[in-house]
Structures are given as C-alpha cells and as structure tokens.
Design a binder for this molecule. Structure first.
Ligand code: BEZ
Length: 223
C-alpha cells in the first residue's frame, strides 16, 4: 500500500516546485524537514494555512527545519496564489513565499506518499490532496505524520510544538506529556529503571503516587 509509516525513509523524488526543480534528499540536506500537502490552490482554508506557515517560517528555520508544501496544482497556479497568500498576511503581494510548493499535477507523488483524500474531489471527479504533515529527521526518516481532511485546517503552532518534542526526544531519553511546551518538565520513559534515571537526571525525579502503587509517572526537569 502506498504511503509512509514512522521510520520509513523519505523517497528521493524529483519534482517541479515554485523554487525550481528539486531532488528531495538534496533539498533536505542534513536538516529536519516538514512536507505538508493541501487540497487546492485558491481555496479559503488553504490560504489561511499557508499564510500562517509563511509567518512561522523563521521559527521553523531557527529549529533547522526545511519547509516544503505540495498540492496537485501546477507551478503557475502556485505562484499566482502565493500573491494572494502574501496579501492575506498583509504583506506585499509577491510570488515569493519562504518555502517552495511542489506541483504534483499528475498526482504521482501524492499517490506514492498516500496523500489523496478519497472524499474530496475536483470537478473531474479526481481526488484532491488531504492536509498531510510529514516531519523527517536529519536521517531522512519519518518521525511524525498528521492527516487532516480538507474541511479542517491545521494548527501550525502545534506543528512547531511537536517539532520541539521530536528534537528534544531525539537527543534525550525522555518523553513529553500532554500539552507539553518547550521548558516544561518532561517524563522519564517507562523502560528506564529508577537507578539509571537517577544517574541520568541529576536534577532529580518526582514520582507521583498512584492508586495502583506502580511508579511509572516520573517527571524530571527538561534536560
Ligand atoms: C479550503 O481550503 O477551504 C478547502 C479546500 C477543499 C475542500 C474544502 C475546503
């Protein structure tokens, strides 16, 4: 079945984009990467999403994350629509966005990556791309995927939040709890014995008492 699962390597596809032709692995280089698809250019929710993504581009850059968008429209549509996105953001209506948009008019890439939404179709009855987010690590492996239908816009602040968690947990043997934000305390992973955790986290571990008596809810300050 087409699509990508956690741990899969990103395919090294070639594609036309608003920033010229790319080969995906060269585009990523040694950086983290976010590849996000949207259903269609010149549609309302997509315009708000790409506008927000453009505003947050400096935050992704700070985290060494390369951004790239994708839909089944062609490069000339992407460029014309970019003017609308910039105008929506209150910026100069130029064709320049801080990330490229892939043109996948033949849907070859969308099929390969499992991005099509069977419930959303164009006038010809062809499926549109769903709102997919793939985050790749510097090893080019898939670290996170999010899949939304066309009718629900994403929250790009949430995507930054998960990037913070992915980058922290790639370097440290910790996990981040519900609603965690960078700087909050983190959790000791369940497989780590207490004695190892004490050595690894000299700032201390707080263990919450629970009715089961099991000592699995262990917090430590963010390393
Ligand atoms: C939108 O971006 O507004 C949209 C696109 C396709 C279906 C529904 C909404």
């Amino acid at each position: 079945m087409p699509g990508l699962l956690l741990g899969d390597e990103a395919p090294n596809f070639e594609a036309d984009t608003t920033h010229g032709r790319i080969r995906f692995h060269d585009f990523l280089g040694d950086s983290w990467g976010i590849l996000f698809s949207h259903p269609r250019d010149f549609t309302p929710v997509c315009t708000t999403e790409l506008g927000r993504a453009a505003k947050l581009a400096p935050e992704f850059r700070k985290r060494n994350v390369k951004m790239i968008a994708l839909s089944i429209d062609d490069v000339s549509d992407h460029l014309a629509w970019s003017k609308d996105i910039n105008a929506y953001n209150g910026d100069e209506p130029t064709e320049k966005l801080p990330f490229p948009i892939i043109a996948d008019a033949k849907r070859e890439l969308s099929i390969q990556l499992g991005m099509l939404d069977p419930d959303e179709r164009d006038k010809e009855g062809m499926p549109l791309t769903a709102r997919v987010v793939f985050v790749f690590g510097p090893d080019k492996k898939l670290k996170l995927s999010i899949l939304y239908p066309a009718t629900t816009g994403r929250n790009f602040d949430e995507i930054l939040r998960v990037v913070d968690s992915l980058q922290l947990t790639a370097k440290n043997k910790v996990a981040t709890p519900v609603d965690w934000k960078s700087g909050d305390r983190v959790m000791v992973i369940p497989s780590m014995p207490d004695d190892e955790a004490k050595k690894l986290f000299p700032e201390g571990i707080f263990t919450k008492e629970l009715p089961s008596g099991k000592k699995y809810l262990r917090y430590t300050p963010q390393p």
